[in-house]
Design a protein around this ligand. Sequence first.
Ligand SMILES: Nc1ncnc2c1ncn2[C@@H]1O[C@H](COP(=O)(O)OP(=O)(O)OP(=O)(O)O)[C@@H](O)[C@H]1O
Length: 588
Amino acid sequence: MREVRTAFRRFWPLTRGDRKWLLAIVACVVVAALTETASILLFAELTDTALKAGSLAAFWGPAAAWLGVAALGALVGYLGNSLATWTAERFVLRLRAKVFRHVQDMPPHFFQKHRQGDLVERLTGDVEAIEQMVVSGVVGTVAAAFSAVFYSAAALWLRWDLALVTFVLAPLFLLAARRFGGRIRSASQDERVADGAITSVVEESLGNVVLTQAYNRRGDEEKRLDREARAWMRASVRGARLSEMYEQLVEVVETVCVLAVIGLGVWEISAGRMTLGQLLAFAAFIGYLYPPVRNLGQLGLTLTAATAGAQRLGEILDAEPAVTDPAEPVAEWPVRGWVGFHGVSFRYPGAARESLTDVTFTAGPGELVIVTGASGAGKSTTSKLLTRFYDPSAGVITLDGVPLTNVGLEFLRENVALLPQETLILNGTIRENIACGRPGASDEDIERAARAAAAHDFIAALPEGYDTHIAPGTAALSGGQLKRITIARAMLRSAPVLLLDEPTAGLDSVAARQVVQPLRRLMSGRTTILITHDLSLAPDADRVLVVDEGRLVEAGTHAELVARGGAYARLAGPVPWAWTEETLVLRR
Ligand SMILES: Nc1ncnc2c1ncn2[C@@H]1O[C@H](COP(=O)(O)OP(=O)(O)OP(=O)(O)O)[C@@H](O)[C@H]1O
């Protein structure tokens, strides 16, 4: 029960703004319960006055009253239920937006830890489960409580002694709910986990279908899905079996109660202490009274099932973003592009060792600084720190001399354009894909950026040109063409600092050359930090930094470092780069 309270306290604030509607729903629910009670009393009157006496004249009055009460009941029932659905859906909307906003601020390692399918399940199934508890649960409890009170009061008024017998038996329902609550909750939690796992497997497999087909992994993938699907089936069948057992048990308990009351009633009638109308009305009350009591019992089940969702969402909401916006960011200024790393060290959350240790370097406007080194040396980590996906564990990174931790995050990312290693494509047209570099850019600007990125010609040759629809993984364009679209996007951003992470990775030398020319244009006049294994641009760089196991081991121009014959010379290989065909083609 403590978990329910915690979950409730956490998510109830999201109903702010809609509480007046919740009150209106409760009012409808109360009126609806009152009309039901009145109907049953009118039924008793009809039985005793009209039915038993066989008098049609005595029929019209109570019948008209009953009809009026039923019409009022129908109206408030309609209003209350429609309003309840609307309020519940608004809650879902708000909660999902809140969780989604939070997830979007999470650092890269968060997404490595949580599989996508699991996150999807949390944003759909779990969000709805919490609504069941916070909105529908509250409305359901209030409705059940009021109905139970009204029916009990009416039953007491009709025959207090029979009513007491009924009340004595009522706790049997709650007892049954208690017995099953814990087990149903654990089944529901398992079901959600398995649901998320299935979505993950399907997503991962379909996203990797080329690998699956090329390496004949179909059987393995099917086995993976089968394993998760079986786990889901087991949890789902266990949950359904428990719920069904509970339902059937409750049915039996209910029959016992009704029979006890009718038996007593028959005895009372035979002794002349009760009328038939009273007994029928009483039986009707029990028929009406037990469902709300049962609902109250079942509500416990809904609540316990929902806490499983609440715990899973809580895990997400409690995960802290790796960086936060400064409380008082420095005022925005026209950024020149001076970048400084001052004694920067960094360890990934949970990692055993540092990925960067005591790194110091600067880069200024118009400069090209190349960061190179073996795979896993820590090159990409510098780009994650400069765009503030993480903050250094020690040392300071500055932009125009201002520590990044004092710069507003949006402003920083407007001024430091990242061209990441992966070609990131949005689901949309080519135009939209380029325009996301600078929202609101005109068509002329987009085309100019595409021309500068050597992308215009192939885009214009497509049947739908800039309106061609592309999506991650499904685009009918080559890797190099997609890369050039992302370069156009970065060009459009025209940020003073440009961070390029392996821009030619995965491209053959022809495609790489097609990409490098526009990159040169993109670099001119900006501070460019180029992270790469491909040293073909090194001779043009103002400085080359060599990173090894997180440390900056060498820094200087290409010529200086080759002459030194150290780590860089080993990376660059035996052939001087200035002489290779590639470099000759690429030189300015
Ligand atoms: N999320 C993470 N959690 C823990 N360690 C990480 C994480 N990301 C990277 N690392 C580690 O940090 C080190 C540096 O990684 P980084 O991605 O910066 O290397 P890199 O030099 O860019 O490599 P590559 O050339 O292969 O892209 C590696 O040893 C890597 O294992």
